[in-house]
Design a protein around this ligand. Structure first.
Ligand SMILES: Cc1ncc(COP(=O)(O)O)c(C=O)c1O
Length: 475
């Protein structure tokens, strides 16, 4: 019997915590999801709330019936809840719904009216989604990280000074999706403002685990823009949000144009609507926004401090356990005493075993879902694993030649509010088997993807969730 969960007693919190899945020895095991930094399961409060909402779902905005009015009201309430969740005031900030953090940051990059001579200061620890969108529109300068992967704040200060007058935006992650390091975003924002720049906090990782505070615009450490993804916040229904200064979105023209973005159109004139409508072209994802609002309600009820405490307990326990498995190296900060100061995202390697193989064995033999590779943060991961320039170039050449077998990387576990100490213990036992070379299966590696699959066995997804493509014709 599992111990009662410290956050919610013995009540399940999220969908699918009691699901058994098939494993290599022919048995079934309770699935353990330790890939929460990538995506989280739905909170039951979200799933049930969405189910109730679907009875009322109808077209939003100019629909005239009761259901349309209710759906429109719910969509606008979702906006207000999202603003409140990050401590942003509707008088100064707007909430633009989109698909995810990536879309939010791309929108910001296009809407800031940046030019070739403008500098966007970001860091070597960013997810590609907080780096690549800016490369298309400005000169991107990267703040260094130290060997452990912590932001080098002295380098930040130097670069702000060196590019003073040209830095239009500083874009920094609230917390790393690789090492779980939490950045001092308000202090960094204060310095950015003093240098005349705006500040974006990529809160894809921070928002599900810590209180995010936009703060009043009069506070020197305020956040001008915040991006987040609902699928990382227990509401996987396809929504993300860009919370940002209203004055920025009042100016300029939308990057995507179409229905919903205008006041009035003639054959040769367009009067754009104000924010946020101007920046939400086409029919919005109302269900996604409502799901996010439901998740925010539940996260607030549980309390972000309780979530942080629980996840710090899991992190400390995991770090203690990982120390005891020989051949395991933890990247970033491996000290269990520091668990409360970082997120429960732990990257590691096992001596002599490919990160792809570690992940495959955990999945196929122990029903433990983790992630391996570079986590969409190639420069950061290459730095952490200690590749020099020549090695990084060689890896790049192999990948471009279609061979990912030797792709540098790590394996990562990441916790969510519903995970338990028992699950961490099961993971540690499984990892000891991997590190000891005692796995049951024989695995072959795919050249193109680098992934390993066991000989003679493959899960039958259709028997678990029938969704095969129809056969024959188009009927
Ligand atoms: C720090 C960070 N930023 C941005 C993203 C991109 O999020 P999404 O894939 O939801 O757009 C991620 C996803 O893992 C992330 O961890």
């Amino acid at each position: 019997m599992d111990r009662p969960h410290p956050i919610r007693g013995s009540q399940p919190l999220v969908a699918g915590t009691d699901v058994d899945v098939p494993v290599l020895d022919g048995s079934r095991r309770r699935y353990i999801n330790f890939d929460n930094a990538a995506s989280t399961p739905a909170l039951l409060a979200v799933r049930n709330g969405v189910d109730r909402f679907l009875d009322y779902y109808a077209s939003v905005h100019r629909g005239s019936g009761f259901k349309s009015q209710l759906a429109t009201w719910a969509y606008e309430q979702a906006r207000l809840r999202t603003l409140a969740f990050v401590g942003a005031r509707p008088e100064t900030h707007t909430c633009i719904f989109g698909k995810n953090t990536t879309e939010a940051i791309n929108k910001l990059a296009r809407r800031l009216d940046l030019h070739g001579g403008d500098v966007v200061l970001t860091t070597e620890m960013e997810h590609h989604s907080d780096d690549l969108p800016f490369r298309a529109v400005a000169q991107v300068v990267h703040v260094a990280v130290d060997a452990q992967g912590r932001l080098d704040e002295a380098d930040y200060d130097r670069l702000l000074k060196r590019h003073r007058g040209k830095v239009r935006l500083v874009a920094i992650t609230g917390a790393s999706n690789v090492t779980g390091f939490i950045n001092p975003i308000h202090r960094l924002a204060e310095k950015a403002h003093a240098a005349g720049a705006l500040f974006l906090a990529d809160c894809a990782q921070l928002a599900p685990h810590r209180v995010v505070e936009a703060r009043a615009l009069t506070d020197p450490g305020h956040l001008d823009f915040i991006a987040l993804s609902a699928h990382k916040m227990y509401a996987p229904y396809g929504t993300g949000a860009l919370i940002g200064r209203k004055d920025v979105f009042e100016a300029g023209e939308p990057d995507v144009r179409g229905g919903g973005t205008v006041e009035i159109v003639t054959v040769d004139t367009v009067a754009w609507a104000g924010p946020p409508e101007k920046d939400e072209a086409g029919s919005p994802n109302v269900v996604g926004a409502v799901a996010l609002a439901l998740a925010i309600g539940e996260l607030s009820t549980i309390g972000m401090p309780a979530i942080a405490r629980h996840e710090a307990g899991l992190t400390a326990h995991a770090l203690h356990g990982l120390r005891r498995i020989s051949g395991v190296r933890v990247f970033g900060d491996a000290d269990p005493e520091h668990a409360a100061e970082r997120l429960g995202v732990i990257p590691f390697s096992v001596d002599g075993v490919s990160h792809f193989l570690v992940a495959a064995i955990l999945g196929y033999e122990f029903a433990i879902g983790v992630r391996s590779g570079c986590f969409c943060a190639h420069p950061y991961v290459l730095r952490l694993v200690g590749l020099d320039h020549a090695q990084a170039e060689a890896a790049r050449a192999r990948i471009l030649a279609g061979d990912r077998r030797e792709m540098p990387g790590m394996t990562r576990i990441s916790f969510g509010l519903y995970n338990s100490i028992e699950e961490v213990d099961q993971f540690l036992e499984a990892l000891a088997v991997v590190a000891g070379g005692k796995q049951r299966g024989h695995y072959t590696q795919d050249r193109a993807t680098g992934e390993y699959r066991p000989h003679g066995w493959a899960p039958d997804f259709e028997s678990v969730f029938p969704l095969s493509a129809p056969t024959g014709g188009n009927s």
